[in-house]
Write a new protein. Structure first.
Length: 680
């Protein structure tokens, strides 16, 4: 088994189109595992292996691919976890950020910091993910390395330190200067395999010296080990000492090394792989993972070591056409082995690990064990869901759950061909397994199937996948908002349910108060205020269960009731005819009979919209938000950009991103997240 310090679990993050797919493909190629170069434009790259992703050219699901790279005589295992770039998929991004230790952030050398790179960058800040930056597309017209460096420093407040300078820009881009070794790396042709290490061209020496001085100055401020050498003998600091200092600064989030390249032209990839090994953290370099005891009460820290008790997080489910259901796991401690009986902390059931795989770029490789710090796939786990912890049965810890937001918009869908109805059901079931932010409900009133997700684009992608992977053509209605209902008055009521069918009968009788919840929390608050056992204890949970089931369908427009309180006051039973189901039933009937008198009102989801725009568009953009029933909450100038924070009903946000682009000539950006439910 590899040593912990030989693992790198990394993500590649970028704005759509910055070149993430091409770069990943090249990294896999140069690590020797992919034998033919794929081009995104031909749709045959490895990461985007879903046909539907190829079509869109954006990467949606977070697959994980294992590859190996030799750096300074040591063999590294790099697990590349794919992170999607689009805002609608931020839940996917957050999920992948949980399991990776470091990231390569790719920027387009012409475009600099773009909206999604900004959103993802801030998410990575939140999860404290160390990063290196790759400024890609140096061969493009208008590419300008220093502009992008400055842009990242100013807009993302990152302490970016170039470790390379590009040699030649646009068509002349031929290589990079390594500012640590003070050598030029030149690629003579586009196949990229071989590059020469040469002296720095004379005309670039002054710029290289200046950039190296900047690097050393910045690092010696951050790393004491370097400060002394830098002040006494700056000309003789060894490359290894500089790298060690840069590694420490990167891992502790104090610095971000910056590299240059052109993935499409196969330039700059090998040094990037070296930098992944040199600067990004190994599993033991990141803080210990916080877990709790299975009941969630006692915090437990999980140190990354193969010696400890096994604890792994299931972070992704993939339905694979060949091997079936794959559960991707990150092992945090201990070793997962085939034949293990593990414990699923959510379901409190045993799980047998019968087959393990590593996902390589072109094949699955069987594995007998996945150790601490590593990522792999378990075949055929039926009951395991995304976010579940698998642990040693004697040590049933719970790793921090991944919280997914509730879906907020939906389409009523049906298979175009009636004969496909069952097939659609099966396909949706498989897709729900893979994507925890998707849900499917049947509207009790219309009997329609409602597909719900995080946003317009999310659902569009799902529908395209149904067509591409399952050959299912689907009709869809207008997008529907996930409204909810809430009560505004209290009422008390008595309901008696009695049925006589020949010999045996059914009987239940309850008196209760239905009211809004004083604490306004979601769900049912059930209080049993019965004195003297008018209803035996064993029937009480059935009453609560009955109300809970009933509130799934409100009486106003049939939307779920977000929150209500029931106080059970009194009741009675029949000595022979009362059963638990009768008390469930009576609660249900009572709710239908009287809920309307508690004055239900509609609640609508309201989103938080954070816009960042050059100042000149502030007026038109706030005007547009006002038209959408938006309320401006906060305005602030930051780095020459106006930040506007508003809350806007989701119902008014269809097509917002397109409008925003049009109104600001593509220069404003927005992040839209759920805020709360408000009375409509
Ligand atoms: P992603 O959306 O970030 O995954 O980006 P892709 O890898 O799909 O790349 C988007 C487009 O940019 C494709 O047409 C690529 O061929 C092109 N591209 C990627 N890297 C480079 C590069 O270094 N130079 C040039 N000229 N084009 C590139």
């Amino acid at each position: 088994m590899k040593r912990l310090d030989q693992f790198r679990n990394i993500g590649i993050m970028a704005h759509v189109d910055a070149g993430k797919t091409t770069l990943t493909e090249r990294m896999l190629y140069y690590t020797g595992l992919t034998h033919k170069l794929g081009n995104v434009d031909d749709g045959n790259t490895v990461m985007d292996s879903d046909p539907q992703e190829e079509k869109r050219g954006i990467t949606i699901s977070s697959a994980a691919i294992t590859t190996y790279w030799k750096y300074q005589e040591d063999d590294y295992q790099i697990n590349i976890i794919d992170t999607p770039g689009h805002v609608d998929f931020t839940a996917e991004v957050e999920r992948s950020l949980r399991v990776l230790d470091g990231a390569v952030a790719v920027f387009d050398a012409r475009a600099g910091v773009q909206p999604q790179s900004e959103t993802v960058w801030h998410q990575a800040d939140r999860y404290r993910v160390p990063r290196i930056v790759m400024i890609n597309k140096m061969d493009r017209q208008g590419a300008y390395f220093q502009h992008v460096v400055k842009d990242i420093r100013e807009r993302l407040h990152a302490n970016v330190i170039p470790v390379q300078l590009p040699i030649g820009e646009e068509d002349n881009f031929r290589g990079v200067i390594d500012l640590i070794a003070m050598k030029a790396l030149i690629w003579h042709n586009d196949d990229g395999k071989a590059f020469d290490i040469q002296d720095i061209p004379a005309e670039m020496l002054p710029a290289a010296r200046q950039a190296r001085t900047f690097l050393l100055e910045e690092l010696s401020v951050l790393q004491e080990s370097l400060l002394e050498q830098y002040t006494t003998d700056p000309d003789h600091i060894s490359a290894d000492d500089i790298r060690a200092a840069l590694r420490a600064a990167t891992v502790s989030l104090q610095a971000v090394p910056v590299l240059a390249g052109a993935a499409y032209r196969n330039k700059g990839i090998q040094p990037l792989l070296d930098a992944v090994a040199a600067y990004l953290p190994a599993p033991q370099d990141i803080p210990e993972v916080q877990a709790t005891s299975a009941d969630g009460d006692t915090p437990i820290m999980i140190p990354a070591t193969p010696e400890g008790n096994m604890a792994a997080l299931a972070f992704k489910i993939i339905a694979d056409a060949y091997v079936g259901k794959l559960t991707l796991v990150r092992v945090y401690a201990g070793v997962m082995r085939t034949g293990d009986m593990l414990w699923n902390s959510r379901t409190s059931r045993s799980v047998r690990i019968s087959r393990l795989l590593r996902i390589m770029s072109e094949k699955y490789e069987p594995a007998t064990e996945i150790g601490a710090g590593d990522i792999g796939a378990v075949v055929g786990l039926k009951e395991v869901k995304t976010g579940d912890t698998l642990a040693h049965p004697d040590y049933p810890v719970l790793l921090e759950k991944i919280n997914f937001p509730e879906p907020m918009i939906g389409y009523a869908i049906e298979a175009k061909a009636a004969k496909d109805a069952d097939k659609l059901g099966d396909a949706l079931a498989a897709m729900l397994d893979e994507d925890p932010t998707l849900s499917v409900e049947v509207d009790p009133a219309s009997g329609q199937t409602i597909l719900k997700g995080m946003g317009e684009l999310h659902l569009e992608v799902v529908l395209e996948k149904l067509a591409a992977s399952y050959q299912l053509q689907v009709n869809k209605d207008q997008p529907q908002i996930a409204y909810k209902e809430v009560f505004t008055r209290s009422i008390t009521h008595r309901e008696v349910f009695r049925k006589q069918n020949g010999g045996s009968g059914n009987f239940a009788d309850i008196s209760f108060e239905l009211s809004p919840r004083p604490d306004n929390e979601p769900g049912l608050e059930f209080i049993n205020d019965i004195k003297g056992g008018a209803i035996p204890k064993e029937f009480i949970p059935s009453v609560s269960k009955g109300f809970e089931a009933a509130m799934k369908t409100g009486v106003l427009e049939g939307f779920p009731v977000r929150s209500m309180r029931i106080r059970l006051l009194d009741g009675s039973i029949h000595p022979n005819d009362s059963h638990a189901q009768d008390f469930e039933q009576v609660a249900h009937i009572a709710f239908r009979n009287i809920a309307a008198q508690a004055v239900p009102r509609l609640l609508e989801p309201v989103m938080r919209v954070e816009v960042s725009t050059p100042e000149e568009y502030t007026g038109v953009l706030t005007g547009d938000l006002n038209k959408r029933r938006g309320v401006i909450r906060h305005m602030e100038m930051k780095n020459n950009l106006q930040d506007i924070v508003a809350t806007v009903p989701l119902a008014e946000l269809f097509g917002y991103v397109t409008t925003l682009r049009t109104l600001s000539s593509g220069r404003a950006t927005a992040a839209v997240t759920f805020n709360d439910y408000q009375l409509k």
